[in-house]
Design a protein around this ligand. Structure first.
Ligand code: FMN
Length: 347
């Protein structure tokens, strides 16, 4: 993943067309929930906790989505799982994504999500990880549409908040018709569909085929959000207009670059601030993360963020490497403070 982010940061970001109108700045609605713009922060397992989500909202994402939460963990009151249901005031509108394959367990999870104060609950129908698929959850639901429909119905019957679905195009390219599936999901009560048009077997290889997204958009009345390889304002506008989607979802392009949300939402070109501001953001994020994960887990969690924020920004390779190996967060924060001093002198 580091290579992907590095490639993105080396590429020049094309300025968006400037004809005065910026379609991604407009609000849209999912059921009764108004999303203030068309930019959605993607669910990211192991990453999308409440600090990450609040940061995405602060930087202009119109809607944020939690990392996937195990419905079975919710049923069993697993402490780590239930802590993933915590919602903070600054992050609304927000959605919690759950995964599971049993309608009754998923309905229970939806009720817990509603009680937690989320504005929506999303069903993961895209996770390609074998351990998850073996349990009948994630992308495996795409191969069992009757059960997928039963899951959606059970959840929609259980809560008042909108129930949404995030799906891939199938298990293998061409093994099902995602437009037809989306239509069935809408009939079962899905209030929004997000399509990541890669098959589960493709994981993240190749490129997302947004022709398939356009077919899904045409098949349903509910808003469709498109996910996959959208990384800047010009690309977001092009994808939105080509597919007729209601919004775009941003995943990997936001790793180490939360400024991308406002750039896409407002139609700005290269959103990256000077290095010392990038370090300020990273330090603020690090301090907030400690409050959620504790110092030890935060140190581990933040290692990948150091490279996401700093690769391609002129930070010497040995310093980057050291940041990823620093034994405690305090040591890493000291190193960041020294890098910031150098960055200010160079600015
Ligand atoms: C590290 C990582 C974790 C992810 N976790 C989830 C998840 O929990 N739920 C989900 O529906 N999709 C998950 N995805 C898929 C993303 O939400 C998104 O659909 C995909 O990365 C394509 O969008 P992008 O090109 O903007 O990254 C994950 C992707 C990555 C890279």
């Amino acid at each position: 993943m580091r290579a992907l982010v590095a490639a993105r940061q080396r590429d020049p970001v094309a300025p968006p067309p400037s004809d005065g109108h910026w379609p991604l700045a407009e609000p849209f609605s999912v059921g009764d929930v108004v999303i203030p713009n068309r930019v959605v922060q993607a669910p990211l397992a192991g990453i999308g906790n409440r600090v990450f989500r609040a940061q995405s909202r602060r930087h202009g994402a119109g809607l944020v989505v939690s990392e996937m939460v195990a419905a079975h963990g919710i049923r069993h009151g697993n402490r780590r799982t239930t802590s993933m249901l915590e919602v903070v005031p600054g992050e609304h509108p927000m959605c919690i994504q759950v995964f599971g394959g049993a309608p009754d367990v998923m309905a229970e999870a939806a009720r817990a999500v509603e009680e937690a104060g989320a504005d929506m609950v999303d069903i993961n129908m895209g996770c390609p990880v074998p351990k998850i698929m073996k349990t009948g959850a994630g992308a495996s639901l795409l191969a069992d549409p009757d059960r997928a429909v039963a899951v959606i119905r059970a959840m929609a019957d259980a809560v008042r908040i909108p129930v949404t679905v995030k799906m891939r195009r199938g298990l293998k390219p061409g093994d099902c018709d995602p437009a037809d599936l989306a239509r069935r999901f809408e009939d079962a009560g899905a209030a929004m569909i997000t399509i990541h048009p890669r098959a589960a077997a493709e994981e993240y290889s190749g490129s997302a085929d947004h022709q398939i997204s356009a077919e899904v958009v045409r098949a349903v009345e509910v808003p469709v959000v498109i996910s996959g390889d959208i990384a800047d304002a010009a690309g977001a506008r092009e994808a939105l207009e080509r597919t007729g989607a209601a919004g775009v979802m941003i995943g990997r392009a936001a790793l180490g670059n939360p400024w991308v949300f406002r750039a896409i939402g407002e139609g700005a070109a290269d959103p990256r601030p000077p290095l010392y501001e990038v370090i300020d953001e990273l330090v603020g994020f690090s301090n907030d993360i400690v409050g959620v994960l504790g110092a030890d887990n935060a140190c581990h969690y933040l290692r990948k963020f150091h490279s996401w924020y700093l690769v391609g920004r002129g930070v010497p390779e040995d310093q980057l490497q050291a940041l990823m190996e620093d034994p405690t967060l305090d040591v890493a924060l000291d190193r960041l403070a020294r890098l910031r001093e150098v960055a200010i002198l160079a600015a």
